[in-house]
Design a protein around this ligand. Sequence first.
Ligand code: CA
Ligand code: CA
Length: 176
Amino acid sequence: MKTLTAVLSLFISFGFAQGRGNKICFEAESAQRLEDPVCILSNNIQNTSGNVISIKEGAGNPPKRCEGLASYTFDLPTKGSYTLWCRVWWGGECSNSFTVKLNNAPSILFGEDATYKAWHWVKYPISRTSPKINLKAGRQALTIENREDGIMVDQIILSSDKRFVPVDIESTGTFK
Ligand SMILES: [Ca+2]
Ligand SMILES: [Ca+2]
C-alpha cells in the first residue's frame, strides 16, 4: 500500500509539473469596448462575480441585429496552445452561443451546449480534434461577437494548462 501511495504521489506530482501553464482570468464586464446590443447588466444577478455582459432576449440576433460586441485587450506572459473558458448563462437553444475573435484569426463559434438557465463554464476547443488556439506572448485582442440573444457572460479565462478546469467563480489576474 505504501509503495502504491508513493508511486501514485510521484505520478501525480509529475503530472502536475507537466500540466502547469499560464492562466489569465478577467471579468466579462471589464470590456474596453462595448457595442449595442451587447451591454453590461448590474442589477440583482445571482451567483456571479460582480456584473455581467448580456444580450437581452429580443434585443439581438435572432431576430434582427447582427452587430454588437465586447472587446478586450490583455497580455500573455508566454506563447502556447490555450483553452478559452467562459462562465456563461444561456436562455435556451436559441440563446446559447456567440462567436469569439482572437487577434486576426477567423471567428470561433463558442457554446451551443445544452446547459440552460444556470451559470456554468464552457470551453473551446471542445475536443482534442478541434483546431487549437495558438497564441504568441504579448498583447492579445479578444472580441465576443453577437450571434444569439438571451445570453450572459460573467468571466473569461485563457489557460495553457490542459488540466485546469474552472469550477465556480474564479480569482481574476494572471497566474503562472
Ligand atoms: Ca443556438
Ligand atoms: Ca463578472
